[in-house]
Design a protein around this ligand. Structure first.
Ligand code: NAP
Length: 328
């Protein structure tokens, strides 16, 4: 099968298209014929060994591979069709359209996924590209805003990086949870952020996010523009500061936050079938839409990586890998 392979850490040029043996589904696994796959911030970080905050370069390499990504095929968000069922799989049928998230392996024509893992049926009406654009940002937004921050109707939330891979979903999920949303992005992205449902928008080139006064019940920083010390003055009583990128130095700030009647939430999100199903429900309810910046042909995967690395985009970057369904 055709696959994008990273044999070393480096720039987009280290990703080459080659041929690998097609994986076989083991017990409890599906073999998916991949139609579309996301290229996410996680793929860029793994390809370049650009590990954020708490994961130092050394720890990152120990975790993900000393000289090269341990799994040379990157890609986590996928959409396609069930090609084969491993022993013991129930609940899925051959040929069925599915989408989901598995850490690595999606930048290839075939991948295996645990049937009990983060994979679910693709709803009619969604193209494969749209389905592949959902999991990374959608699951992260849902997990952090709903589960970790417990955002409530009527609460005020600031989303820093509101047009990006996570932020574009965070604005929508926050609105779906009934919150009043302020989105921060560059001026040219603000009409897009408003189109996602933001009540208020801020251009970070005109106003330093740290100068905002709020008050906000939740500050969700997807880009690392703030830390607790800078966010504290804008937090309401009981406010939660939720950074996606953080370092070891941030851990002690949690005590300071508690003393101030705030909480600092440092978490890593899990990816589940239930989370995907919840995204599907939000789409059916008209409260969420997949957001795609650009769809690249598989052969242009290096350009897709380069685009992600700019940190300037509106929603997801998607690769078209196989024959894609356009949705019913
Ligand atoms: N902890 C976890 O479990 C977890 C899970 C998922 C992701 N993450 C991390 O979350 C981060 C976000 O990923 P992403 O894919 O959303 O990133 P991204 O797409 O690269 O984010 C870009 C966004 O940030 C805005 N932005 C750029 N510079 C800014 C600044 N100085 N101030 C404010 N906003 C700025 C951009 O606006 P313009 O385009 O308008 O400039 C755009 O809205 C990544 O670092 C990823 O590793 C962590």
């Amino acid at each position: 099968m055709k696959a994008a392979i990273s044999k070393t850490y480096g720039g987009p040029e280290v990703v080459t298209l080659g041929t690998l043996a097609r994986p076989e589904p083991r017990k409890g696994e599906l073999l998916v014929r991949v139609a579309a796959a996301g290229v996410t911030t996680a793929d860029w970080r793994l390809r370049a060994a650009a590990f954020p905050g708490a994961i130092s370069a050394v720890a990152g390499r120990l975790m993900f591979g000393i000289c090269a990504p341990r799994n040379p095929v990157l890609g986590s968000d996928f959409a396609g069709r069930v090609e084969a069922l491993g022993p013991g799989v129930t609940g899925f049928a051959l040929g069925e359209r599915v989408f989901g998230f598995r850490f690595g392996g999606a930048h290839a024509e075939f991948m295996t996924v645990k049937a009990a893992g983060a994979v679910t049926k693709t709803p009619d009406g969604l193209t494969d590209a749209q389905a592949a654009a959902l999991p990374f940002g959608g699951l992260c937004a849902l997990e952090f805003l709903d589960r970790f921050a417990q955002l409530k109707p009527g609460e005020r939330v600031l989303v820093v990086g509101a047009s990006g891979g996570v932020g574009a979903y965070a604005v929508q999920v926050a609105r779906a949870l009934g919150a009043i949303v302020t989105g921060v992005a560059s001026g040219e992205s603000l009409p897009f952020v408003e189109s996602l449902g933001a009540d208020h928008v801020v251009d970070y080139r005109q106003t330093d996010p740290a100068k905002l006064t709020g008050p906000y019940d939740v500050v969700f920083d997807t880009v690392g523009a703030l830390d607790y010390t800078r966010a504290a003055p804008m937090l309401a009583k009981g406010g939660r500061f939720v950074p996606l990128n953080f370092g070891l130095g941030d851990v002690w700030k949690g005590r300071k936050a508690r003393r101030n009647g705030h909480a600092q939430i440092l978490k890593v999100n899990g990816d589940t079938k239930e989370g995907l199903d919840r995204l599907v429900e939000l789409i059916a309810a008209g409260q969420l839409r997949p957001v795609i910046d650009t769809v690249y042909p598989f052969d242009e995967i290096r350009a897709a990586h380069a685009k992600v690395e700019t940190r300037r985009r509106k929603g997801a970057i998607v690769l078209e890998i196989g024959a894609t369904a356009t949705g019913g």
